[in-house]
Design a protein around this ligand. Sequence first.
Ligand code: SF4
Ligand code: SF4
Length: 349
Amino acid sequence: MIAYTIYLPQVKGLLKKWSMDLQVFVPTMVDDGFYEFKSWSDDIEISWDYDLCYTSLKKFVLPAQEDLISFDMKKYSAGAVIEAPKQLLFGVHPYDIKAMNQLDQLMDTDSVDVNYRARRDNTVVFGLERVHVADTAFWSGVEADRVDHGYDLYWTRISPGAFFVQVGSARGEEMLTMDGPVEKASVAQKEAARRSHLKVMAKAQKNTLNFDWSKTPDLVNKFFNNRTFWREKAKTCLSCGSCNLVCPTCYCFDIKEEADDLLQNGRRYRQWDGCMLSGFAEIAGGHNFRSSPWERYRHRYMRKGKYIFDKLGELGCVGCGRCVRACTARIANPRKIYNEIWEAIKNEV
Ligand code: SF4
Ligand code: SF4
C-alpha cells in the first residue's frame, strides 16, 4: 500500500490546482446539522467530520434528468448527447463509494450505459474516513464500513492538521504529487489511521443489524407472503418516492421524448423514477401490477434485501440511513424492517 502524509495548509494549494482542471465538490454544512456536496471555492468551509450528506452522490454520475439524443431538422442533424464534465468528489464516505461501485456493476451489466460510463470515467473520487456516525446509519451491519476499490485516494484525518492519504489509483497519486514530492507516511501515521477507523467502528456498533447481513435474502423471501406485516408497515405510506430519490443505490429512470410544435427540434431524455411512486409499475391498458402502496413498499425491501443480492452477491442497501431521514411518514427504515423479520423467524433460517 502506498500512502502519504498531507498537511492542512497543503490541501488548499492542491484544491486550487485541481480546480483549474476539473470541478471540485466538497462536503459542507448547508443548514444546522445538514450537509451537502457543493462546488468548492476559496471561501467554502469543508466539513471534514460530516456524518451524512442529505442527498446521495448518484446525481454526479446519473443526473436527475439527462438528455440522451437530440435532433434539429434545420441542420439535418441528429445524434447522441453525451455530457461528461471532469469532476472531483472530495470527501466521499465508504458506504457511498460502495454504492457507486454497485451502480458501476449494474450500469455496465448486459450492455454498457454509455452516458453513465462517460461521466463515471471523468469522475475522480477521494474517499474520506468518517469521524461521526449519523443516528440513522447502519452501514457497519451491511459490510459497507470499508471499501478496497472505487476511490483514487482515501483520506484519514490523523490529527487536526494532518491526513494519512492512501493511494487507490495512478491518477490519484499523480494529482497528489502534482506540486512536487510529498512526505511518505510513516508506520506510526498508518497506525493512527487504523485507530481512527476503529474509533468510528466502535461508535457504529450502536445501530446495526442484529444478524449476519448475508441471511437477509432468505429472511425477506420467507416473509414475502406475510401480507399483514407489509400492509401494517406501509399503512401510512404517502407514495411520495422520497426514499427512492435520496437512496444512493436506487437507479431506476424513465425515458421520455419531446419535440416542438413544428417537429423541428426535439430530444430524448431520461429522468429518475422510483418504485414507490404509484405510476411506476403501470403498463399499457392502465394495468398496474403493484397498485397498492404496501406492494410497492414490500418490493422496495425485496429489491434491497434480495433481488440485487441475487445479481451481485451483496445487498442493495449500504446502510447510509438517508431514507430513514427523508421519510415524512417515518416508516422507511431497512434496519428496523430487517431486524423485525429476523426476530419473527430467526429460528427458521
Ligand atoms: S435503502 Fe435507505 S439506508 Fe439503504 S442505501 Fe438506500 S437510502 Fe441508504
Ligand atoms: S416509505 Fe416514506 S419516503 Fe418512501 S414513499 Fe412511503 S412515505 Fe414516501
